[in-house]
Ligand binder design. Structure first.
Ligand code: 13P
Ligand code: SF4
Length: 431
């Protein structure tokens, strides 16, 4: 089986050799620089989400990189990496296209990659082939003399962009009007803020300043438990689905986890609903994981009665409930690695990871639950042309597209990150 890029080109040219028959957008095969100047996320899942005005835009990629062939870019990337040696480390997120992953020194989930810098003391540049919030976290966890570079500044995350500091602060002020700021007699805070790793550094800083914490999809239950031991309720942002799926598994009833719509007073709830809440779920979601449905699970089970369905907890609750298990990208990778030969897996997560797992594990049958090929449009903004541009720039002594979180934000954000690490040291990956 080939890469997702090749599959997309085959489908669009009518020469598909793979079982996949359609893509979600006919412009998926276009180069990302055709979209860089436009205020949108680009084709693929999340293209219909509204991009906030403050989202960084990528300037025009120099022509030599836009017109270079794949073979020429390959030679240039390999040459630059060879010259730079240990001075530059290329990090590749699981959802990144294979055409970029082939150059990665580390491949992993967002948190593993953010910590990779600690294992490469000689690295001066961390070239983060992922999305903006991941690069921010890497910057906050790396040494001050290390530069984190995001090859395309337009590679954001539409879910992370659904919660911004201003609207979370407005929500917090409304909650303070209802509950005040004093702890209860038993020492519980009225509300503890918990942010998913998929959020801006500013929101991680907000959590650090307000007694809150960061979580990832692999430690969300541990983090929620920690927060509910310290507060009467939790404000969880930006992903309602991760929050709901995690809290439900912990036994919290659905009527104690109302959704907070930032465009409505009290998030669209009555004061009583807010008072009764254990977890307030911000109205964010991932457009990639929202595509998965219970109908797809039923179709997979009908075709393969022995199939194991594993989905990411960013999927809607009915999908997580209908699956055999749910877990982070790392959980999915490990579940497949541990399975006996001949297993059948239907996976509900981003197509680049699923197709790569299928290629790497021919002893199993592995397929994506969604029959339509629809990659994460923001991950897809990274292309070998940008990687060549930033690597050659660094070779010349230029740090292009540096992601630098101001210390005023990074200091409280590290507090929230360290709280997570202190309660879940097992979450520290060994790279
Ligand atoms: P991980 O934290 O598992 O890398 O996932 C990031 C992400 O964006 C999931 O959609
Ligand atoms: Fe964001 Fe979803 Fe893409 Fe992950 S898959 S980077 S949550 S838009």
């Amino acid at each position: 089986m080939s890469s997702v890029d090749v599959t997309i080109h085959e489908i669009l040219s009518g020469e598909s050799h793979s079982p996949a028959r359609s893509t979600c957008n006919s412009r998926l095969a276009d180069a990302p620089w055709l979209f860089d100047a436009q205020p949108g996320y680009g084709p693929g899942s999340s293209e219909r989400d509204v991009i906030p005005a403050i989202t960084p835009r990528q300037g025009v990629l120099p022509e030599e990189y836009r017109t270079a062939s794949a073979a020429e870019l390959d030679l240039r990337i390999r040459a630059a990496k060879h010259t730079l040696g240990d001075r530059a480390v290329v990090l590749g997120h699981f959802y990144q296209r294979d055409e970029v992953i082939q150059y990665a020194d580390f491949v992993g989930d967002s948190f593993q990659l953010a910590q990779a810098a600690r294992t490469r003391p000689n690295a001066e540049a961390l070239i983060f082939c992922g999305v903006h919030f991941m690069a921010e976290t890497a910057d906050m966890l790396s040494r001050p003399d290390q530069s984190v570079i995001l090859p395309n500044l337009a590679a954001g995350c539409s879910m992370a962009d659904m919660a911004d500091l201003e609207s979370v602060t407005d929500c917090w002020e409304e909650l303070e009007e209802v509950f005040g700021t004093d702890p209860t007699a038993d020492g519980l805070q009225p509300v503890i803020p918990v942010t998913y790793m998929n959020s801006s550094a500013a929101l991680k800083g907000f959590c650090g300043e307000h007694g809150g914490v960061v979580c990832t999809s692999s430690n969300a239950a541990q983090v929620l438990k920690w927060a509910l031991e310290r507060g009467q309720r939790v404000l969880f942002f930006p992903d309602q689905h991760l929050g709901r799926n995690t809290a439900k598994k912990m036994g919290i009833p659905l009527d104690q986890m109302p959704t907070w719509n930032p465009n409505k007073p009290l998030g669209g709830n009555t004061e009583q609903q807010i008072r009764d809440a254990k977890v307030l779920l911000w109205h964010g979601f991932c457009s990639v994981h929202k595509r998965f449905t219970t109908g797809q699970i039923a179709a997979a089970r009908a075709q393969y009665p022995s199939v194991r369905v594993i989905v990411h907890p960013e999927c809607p609750m009915d999908v997580v409930d209908a699956a055999d298990s749910s877990g982070s990208t790392d959980f999915i990778v490990k579940a497949i690695a541990a399975a006996p030969s001949g297993s059948v897996f239907a996976i509900g997560t981003e197509i680049n990871l699923v197709q790569r797992l299928a290629n790497q594990n021919p002893q199993h049958t592995i397929f994506c639950l969604d029959p339509v090929v629809c990659p994460c449009s923001t991950m897809y903004r990274i292309h070998p042309g940008y990687l060549a541009w930033v690597l050659e720039g660094f070779e010349r002594g230029e740090v292009l597209n540096q992601i630098r979180v101001p210390e005023s934000v990074a200091v409280p954000a590290r507090v929230a990150l360290e709280r997570m690490l202190a309660l879940a040291p097992a979450a520290r990956p060994a790279l």
